[in-house]
Design a protein around this ligand. Sequence first.
Ligand code: HPA
Ligand code: ZN
Length: 356
Amino acid sequence: MTLATPHLPTVSAQTLAAVELALRIPKAELHIHIEGSLEPELIFALAQRNGVALPYPSVEALRTAYAFTDLQSFLDIYYAGASVLLHEADFFDMAWAYFLRAQADHVVHTEIFFDPQTHTARGVPMGAVISGLQRACEQARVQLGISSHLILCFLRHLSEEDAIATLEAALPHMGSFIGVGLDSSEVGHPPEKFDRVFARCRELGLRVVAHAGEEGPPDYIWQALDGLKAERIDHGVRCLEDPALVARLAADRVPLTVCPLSNLKLCVVRDLAEHPMKRLLDAGLCATVNSDDPAYFGGYMNANFEQTVRGLNLTQDDVIQLARNSFEASFVNDEQRQKWIENLERTVQLGKALGA
Ligand code: HPA
Ligand code: ZN
């Protein structure tokens, strides 16, 4: 078996079987910031191509700076990394590199966040951002068989007026993205700050998701559900502090796009053995595994699956539930969803027949 993460502590045969299953089954990724897939090598290559000066002398020096204490300490470096993106081809190259990694991890569908304000504030046209990403999505569909949607995220540390102006700038590209989200510095920027712009997005027929309950309190998750009418909550791990909220999320099957390695690297949890994923599943929630910002947090989808399974001794049934949840939570039509779930079940059965 090829492990996604070498040199991990020894675990039981049952856990190893769950890891093996997790690595080979088809899955969907629903929480990936495409700017967070920029590997240091590509940051340096694009900086050179575009004549952008970086405040780090080498790839190694940049990687060494990836020692985060909280969300903000990460975001400062993440925005600095994104400063090398100037042209349509840069957005294409970044997204194409992500798709190749996704394919290696058996990701068959992905819903990709992008942060236009990070780029338009530097004078990059909205059209360059969206068309570069869109071109990579199309090539991934044709060449890799991976389907995808784009989700435009508003930066919550900026004003609602800025978000409204961003939506207006994106209107000519409406057919290129399926929905909107809310990301960046959470604490001090509650979802209710964006009630009006999200209402406008819903009128336009866009799907709605929002980061909430990563570092922010359960009240931010309530606001995302009742104010923004979010259909999925990104992260959401702090819901466990509020039993009434857990009951609401379970009753309505509101999916949580959970990102275990992100939670570890941003000190939301001290150790994956303490990660809430198992408690979320046991509470009957539609929790999913995702990579968030894989170039910064130490791994793509399979590394997230592998380390979570090992840390929590998840079972094969847990793994199948997580993959099934990823399809249930995706914004595809029911016919396509059913096809993927059947394909997942076939892949599981095939492994059993071969004695895996
Ligand atoms: N949280 C909030 N905003 C983000 C993140 C995250 O994990 N990654 C990129 N933008
Ligand atoms: Zn995120």
